[in-house]
Write a protein that binds this ligand. Structure first.
Ligand code: 3HC
Length: 297
């Protein structure tokens, strides 16, 4: 099965990026939101990002200015928006990128199971829940996968393709090929907590915050140590701000509840405190650092 028509539910931080890379990969994409203002804001982010990528391609002499303009128009023409889930009925693939709230996701997949054609493959971009749980709700567990993209979706080159014990070979192969069409390198993952990346990354971020709590080093030094000592593009505390403190906390809290015996899953107190104060990182302008837009100040 070749994926040509894609629905992306949620046009926020991750969803808008998925819409964009799918359209860049040649798919016709419907961006679905609950309110017009959320859709407008997601589409505006895509516009900005496409303009930036076009500008860079011209700078790097990969395209002429005319080619870049034509490329932006072609990609844009493949994207449409809707507030009505029924618009997704004949999509080959529907990717869910909504709030990390399991009951909300389960209700969504149940509804999609009754709306979409029987061949439609369902994917979740969840960073913390089990794909298997959602597969049951969809009523078509053989056609359910995880497609976990990374932030910022437009720039990060990985997609985790998650299969459950019920995912069919055909669905998995189609999802993997879709990831490649989006310009990503797919890695195959089992349906384990955090898959590959978050299972390693989130405990590492949590440990860096505990190090800060103990006063072992300053946040600047912890970040500089990991950037310069390991060649990571961002230090762990900056990355926590970048990902969002609420998102990071929600991931660890979910794991602690579901796997209380796993010592790698522990919640730093400072993370809870900051979230209570509404300091969620880049998106609120302050987390462990202060931010102006995408830049740390
Ligand atoms: N679209 C288009 N262009 C973009 C963009 C976007 N969405 N975001 C950034 N850019 C552009 C910037 O504007 C900049 O352009 P310029 O060179 O013309 O100024 C260029 O890309 C490079 O960006 P920066 O100047 O900010 O510099 P960096 O070289 O530091 O790159 C980065 C930014 C790619 C974010 C890099 O810092 C990085 O790789 N950081 C680590 C990110 C990471 O680890 N992500 C994974 C998070 S975990 C996750 O997502 C899982 C989830 O489940 C929790």
């Amino acid at each position: 099965m070749v994926i040509k028509k894609v629905g992306v539910i949620g046009c926020g931080l991750m969803g808008h990026g998925i819409v964009q890379v799918a359209a860049q990969g040649g798919c016709s994409v419907i961006a679905l939101e609950t309110e017009q203002r959320f859709l407008d804001s997601g589409l505006a982010r895509i516009e900005k990002s496409l303009a930036k990528l076009a500008e860079k391609n011209v700078e790097k002499q990969k395209m002429t200015a005319e080619q870049a303009k034509a490329w932006v128009s072609e990609v844009r023409a493949r994207i449409s928006g809707s507030l009505d889930r029924r618009a997704l009925a004949d999509c080959d693939l529907v990717v869910e990128a909504i709030v990390e709230d399991l009951p909300v996701k389960l209700a969504l997949f149940k509804e999609l199971g009754s709306i979409c054609k029987k061949e439609t493959i369902f994917a979740s971009n969840t960073s913390s829940f089990s794909i298997g749980e959602m597969a049951g709700a969809s009523g078509r567990p053989d056609r359910m996968v995880g497609l976990h993209f990374f932030n910022p979706v437009q720039l990060m080159k990985l997609v985790e393709v998650v299969r459950t014990k019920d995912t069919s070979d055909e669905s998995f192969a189609a999802a993997r090929a879709f990831g490649e069409a989006c310009g990503k390198t797919p890695v195959a993952c089992k349906d384990t907590p955090g898959f590959v990346v978050n299972r390693l990354l989130v405990p590492y971020m949590a440990q860096s915050l505990m190090m800060l709590e103990r006063g072992d080093a300053t946040k600047e030094d912890i970040d500089a140590a990991m950037q310069l000592g390991c060649g990571y593009p961002m230090g762990p505390i900056t990355l926590t701000d970048y990902v969002g403190l609420d998102t990071t906390l929600a991931i660890i809290e979910g794991w602690v509840k579901r796997y209380p015996k796993e010592p790698a899953f522990a919640i730093p107190e400072v993370l809870r405190t900051k979230v209570k104060e509404g300091k969620l990182g880049r998106k609120t302008g302050e987390g462990f650092y202060k931010w102006e837009g995408d830049k740390k100040v």
